[in-house]
Design a protein around this ligand. Structure first.
Ligand code: TZP
Ligand code: MG
Length: 223
């Protein structure tokens, strides 16, 4: 039964095309819930709340609001770093990196319904995350990005390596814009892109998300 639950979780992630990450440092002073509403109106299918410096209570209140908005829209809601807050607000999943709870511990706490995403900056990290139970992988940075300047970009080559060696759904991240999204999704097996600044920092958030979705039109997601 647990195998079937894992397959169901991965199936859910494979439907994603546009994954939008929001946090108050990236919205240019605008309210995060308003930015999330606009991103969903523009076509985001997954929202991740990524807050690195709010108090737990403030994060909880914000996450509750986003759970309400995403729930009404039928959009998946993922919380970065915080297994406890994800459970508290009934989020759909958690995204964890190498400095967060180990994936097996997170899975034990979360039960078999919630999605567990992991960050991979290299093929080695991707293989490791798959081995310890991730449901999807965020792979990048693909391109240079001011949002994560400390990690050297792996390029499309990193995506190709990971997709050829890993069976989990892959979410490409890092420096992705409407200008380069087609070359990212042209890599066989890459069906979803995650963006921070291209949507959350755009002057017109809804239009920025819609522009990314339009740029994806006609791509063969079954390949
Ligand atoms: N992980 C790898 S790159 C990145 C994260 C969180 C930041 C992506 O931000 P942007 O603005 O879409 O380049
Ligand atoms: Mg983290």
């Amino acid at each position: 039964y647990s195998l079937a639950a894992g397959e169901e979780r991965r199936r859910r992630c494979r439907r994603w095309r546009l994954y939008v990450i929001v946090g108050s440092e990236h919205t240019g002073g605008r309210e995060v819930p308003a930015v999330v509403q606009a991103a969903i109106a523009g076509g985001a299918e997954v929202i991740q709340l990524r807050e690195k410096s709010l108090s737990t209570r403030a994060l909880y209140h914000l996450a509750r609001q986003l759970r309400e908005i995403t729930g009404e829209a039928g959009v998946d809601f993922i919380i970065n770093d915080r297994v406890d807050v994800a459970l508290a607000v009934g989020a759909d999943g958690v995204h964890l990196g190498s400095e967060d709870l180990p994936l097996p511990e997170a899975r034990r706490i979360l039960g078999d319904k919630l999605l567990l995403g992991a960050t991979a900056h290299s093929l080695e990290e991707a293989l490791k995350a798959q081995a310890v139970g991730a449901d999807y992988l965020g792979v990048g940075p693909v391109f240079p990005t001011a949002t994560k300047p400390d990690i050297p970009p792996g390029g499309l080559k990193l995506l190709r390596e990971v997709v050829s060696r890993v069976s989990l759904p892959v979410v490409a991240i890092g420096g992705i814009t409407a200008e380069n999204v087609r070359e990212v999704l042209a890599q066989p097996g890459v069906k979803c892109v995650a963006v921070v600044s291209a949507v959350a920092a755009a002057p017109d958030v809804k239009e920025a998300a819609a522009r990314l979705k339009r740029a994806m039109e006609g791509m063969d997601f079954d390949a």
